[in-house]
Design a protein around this ligand. Structure first.
Ligand SMILES: [Zn+2]
Length: 61
């Protein structure tokens, strides 16, 4: 019985997610959207996470 309730709940969640995606394709949370490349150093090409300047003195592109 409990398993059935959980299953129905999960199905409802999936359905809501699918409907939401169909209706509001631009309203997805950022993690679900297609990821852009993280900023990279223009000099050495290292990924810059949480900063805009690199250790080598370069700046993010
Ligand atoms: Zn660099």
């Amino acid at each position: 019985m409990l398993f059935k309730i959980i299953l129905v709940f999960l199905l409802a969640m999936v359905l809501i997610a699918l409907i939401g995606r169909a209706l509001f394709p631009g309203a997805l949370p950022r993690v679900m959207q297609k990821r852009r490349d993280p900023p990279r150093c223009g000099k050495c090409g290292r990924y810059l996470i949480g900063t805009t300047t690199c250790d080598c003195g370069g700046k993010a592109k």
